[in-house]
Each structure stands twice: as C-alpha cells, then as structure tokens.
Design a protein around this ligand. Structure first.
Ligand code: PMP
Length: 304
C-alpha cells in the first residue's frame, strides 16, 4: 500500500504517497488510541461524489471528542481535504481514509500534551467481501470473541482500539473458511459484524440491533431512511443469533461492505440461502442513491 504513486493529505499539505511517513515512536502505534473514518466516493454522471461527507466528518470529530483528542483543524478544512485527495489522485471512485493520531513527543499513557496529526488517503477499492458477495451473499460465523462492553471501549467512537477485537473475530472465522464474523455483546445478544452493522428481515419487517454495542453506522442510518420511504417498518431492538437463523433474509451494511446479503449464519441457511427480495430492493435503491441515479437524497452526495 505504501509503495505507490499519488498524494496523501498530511497535516495540511499534499505529500507524495511514499513520503507520508511517521516516526516509530508515534504514541498511537504503541497505545492504540487514534480515530479514523472510512468513506466512499462513487462515480456519478457529474463526476466523483463522496457519500455522506458531512456525517462521516461529524463522526470523526465526535470520535476524537469522546477520547478528548483535539483535532487541530476545523471540519470545513477536513471536508475540503477529503475532496482534494480524491481529485488530486484523479480517482473516479474511491475509498477515503482519514485518520487522526498522536505524535511521538513522549511515551507514557498521558496523551494530553501530545501533538495530534491528521492524514487522509484515497485509493480505488472494489467490493470489500469479494465481487460475488453483493449478489450471492456470504457465509458468516458467530465469533467466540465478544464485542466490547460499552464501558470498556466507547462504541460511539470509530477508534483504532476497536479493531483489534474485530481482527480477532475476523481471523478466527476466516481461518475456518467463513467470509465474515458476527460479534455478540457481553450479554450474548447480536452486536455487529467485524466491520458492518447487521439487519434481518422477518415477515416484511426490518430488524437491527439498537446502538448499545455497535457503531452508529452511516450506511445503517441510510438504510433505515430508505426502508421507511419504501414503507418497510424498521425496528431497533435486541436480537438473538437464533432469530437470525430463522429470519427470512439478513444482510450487513457498511461503507466498505455496502449492502452485503448474508446467506448463512453458523451453518444454518437463512431463508432461501441467497439474496432475498427486500435485501435486493434496498440494495438497488442504495446503489441508485450513491451513484446519483435516484431523485431523492442528492444531498447525501458531495461532488469532489
Ligand atoms: N461497525 C463497524 C465495527 C465498522 O467498522 C463499520 C464500518 N465503518 C460499520 C459498523 C458500518 O459503519 P458505516 O456504515 O458508517 O461504514
């Protein structure tokens, strides 16, 4: 990833990709406190457009606020920088990764006196769970690793810290041949995927776990809005894994995973074992919105 042409926005400047380096004593590398985002820019008839730039930027700043990390730029600067990296790398579609992290001035757990740095990279990134996943769905396994308790790691923050738990879960199930992991909360209720929110469809209604132990996904919020517009009731509640086994349909949502049908959980086939009609309808509408083909929600897109 590091050895390629292009530019990365780094502390206010566009830096050649290969030179966007940081010191090995960077605090975040040692203690794991950093906050980041993942956004996508899609190709539209008017050019590349970033999906929900404002909401992702708000979440980045909220994540920093939760950890009392002071991002030394205002939101307008960070929003413009995200547009600029897509443009200057001449990308028609892209995955965008802003990250805020602490500098290398000192070791020890106190981060209050440290500098905060921001880097924003953008590159072309296809379907996260493989090209067939969006159509045929994926095989998911419940992980033996539990999602963080709300008082261990702050679930509202998209922090670097969360992802060690995600990697443990994902590598556990991947080594056993599954495509993605489902994590349960400390009480055994469904939380989310390693990098996705989850929905199920049962008798024409959509269910998703409430936000206690999962990230407040921006794709999740978009799907809730789209479902409401289609007249599909959405219920946020505690969900058990056997409810998923017996659902008519299930799918993951996320910026990287987009809308990915789940065809199997823990070796139980869900519904027809392929993308179901409600999932297909929401997926089509979602892609129409992100690609600027829908009449509604043009405000979700920011041209670069
Ligand atoms: N949960 C986790 C743990 C994630 O990493 C992500 C991806 N950011 C999501 C949910 C989905 O969030 P979003 O739709 O905002 O990408």
């Amino acid at each position: 990833m590091a050895d390629r042409d292009g530019v990365i926005w780094y502390d206010g400047k566009m830096v050649p990709w290969r030179d966007a380096n940081t010191h090995v004593l960077t605090h975040t590398l040692h203690y794991g406190l950093g906050v980041f985002e993942g956004l996508r820019a899609y190709e539209t008839a008017q050019g590349a457009a970033i999906f929900r730039l404002q909401e992702h930027t708000d979440r980045l700043f909220n994540s920093a606020h939760i950890f009392m990390m002071k991002i030394p730029y205002d939101k307008a600067t960070i929003m413009q920088a995200q547009r600029d990296v897509v443009k200057q790398n001449k990308l028609s579609s892209a995955y965008i990764r802003p990250i805020a992290f602490y500098g290398a001035e000192a070791m020890g757990l106190s981060a209050r006196t440290l500098s905060v740095h921001v880097a924003i990279a953008a590159w072309s990134w296809g379907t996260y769970l493989g090209p067939e996943a969006l159509e045929n769905g994926i095989r998911v396994k419940t992980s033996s690793f539990t999602r963080h308790h709300v008082n261990i790691n702050m679930c509202r923050a998209k922090s670097v810290t969360t992802y060690a738990n995600s990697i443990l879960a994902n590598q556990e199930v991947a080594l056993n041949g599954y495509d993605e992991a489902l994590l349960l909360d400390v009480e055994g209720y469904v939380a989310e995927g390693s990098g996705e929110n989850i929905f199920i469809v049962k008798q024409g209604k959509l269910y998703t776990p409430d936000l206690t132990s999962c990230l407040e996904g921006i794709t999740r919020a978009s799907i809730i809005e789209l479902a409401a517009e289609l007249g599909i009731p959405v219920i946020e509640k505690r969900i058990t894994r056997d409810e998923i086994y017996c659902a008519d349909e299930a799918f993951f949502t996320g910026t990287a995973a987009e809308i990915t049908p789940i065809r199997e959980l823990d070796n139980r086939i869900i519904g027809p074992g392929k993308r179901g009609p409600v999932t297909a309808q929401l997926q089509t509408l979602f892609f129409d919105c992100v690609k600027g083909r829908a009449k509604n929600h043009t405000d979700w897109l920011t041209l670069v």
